[in-house]
Ligand binder design. Sequence first.
Ligand code: AMP
Length: 293
Amino acid sequence: MTVTVVGSIAYDRVKTPFGERERMLGGAATHFALAASFFDSVRAVGPVGDDFDDFETLSLRGTSIDDVERVPGGKTFFWHGEYGWDLNTRETLDTQLGVFETFEPKLSDASKAAEVLFLANIQPDVQRAVREQSAAGFVAMDSMNLWIDIARDSLVQTIAGVDCVILNDAELRQLTNKPNLILAAREVLTMGPSVVVAKQGEYGAALITDDEFFSLPAYPLESVVDPTGAGDTFAGGFVGYLAKNPGQYRMAMAYGTALASFNVEEFGTERVARLTLEEVEARVSTLGAITRL
Ligand code: AMP
């Protein structure tokens, strides 16, 4: 199967207690594509400015960049963040939408025809414009607190048109105004999707459907260097695995979890860019062993 992903393709400036990078490749669609490309062919959709010079990494493992629009004179999306000492808190110091400010997605026939679509984090109206062009039979999405704050109605409309919502636990609570995570996830299920995944950072992730609850801890790591993109890498592993193995939600959670664990061991895309499937499978197997009763 083919997975189309739309979302930010970015340059990030990041500082963590373990170091900093002034300008590293990032963006939700980038992290997603690097993970999903282990399982299926991926088509990345999104704009970049003429300052963008990381096509090689973006197209690793065969990801198609045919629908990555180069905007002459434009500036690539830029995000600047800083993490607290235990990496559980992060402050956004700057967000420059750049070429995303005027982005009107136009999917090629090949991207429209992909069986699976992932709407990575970006303005919810842009996500919907992509959803409307796509013929995908399975559509998943992410979002963030910014859009819950400033574009909630549009976000709820987008959620109504997808099969699977992947959000972090605080976002699920904020979106539904419900302090209990299970009730919050159930409320999102009433909006339209049939699957909700609650990402819980270092505590793992939970999957909630009308008749199932499943949860996995994060892979136990002694060294975490930069959590940027962990959520998108998880989503890439989860959705990519599902594209290849429809309905296999538990294994998809394990692959998402294993991939995210590699992502946080180094800055940005550095670790996942040189990762092998054998390394991922070894961690999936360990996750199986440490969660068996
Ligand atoms: P995560 O750590 O999974 O939340 O993803 C971080 C990535 O999201 C970074 O690489 C950023 O470039 C990107 N990002 C940050 N803010 C936004 C935003 N407002 N819209 C889209 N992408 C963003």
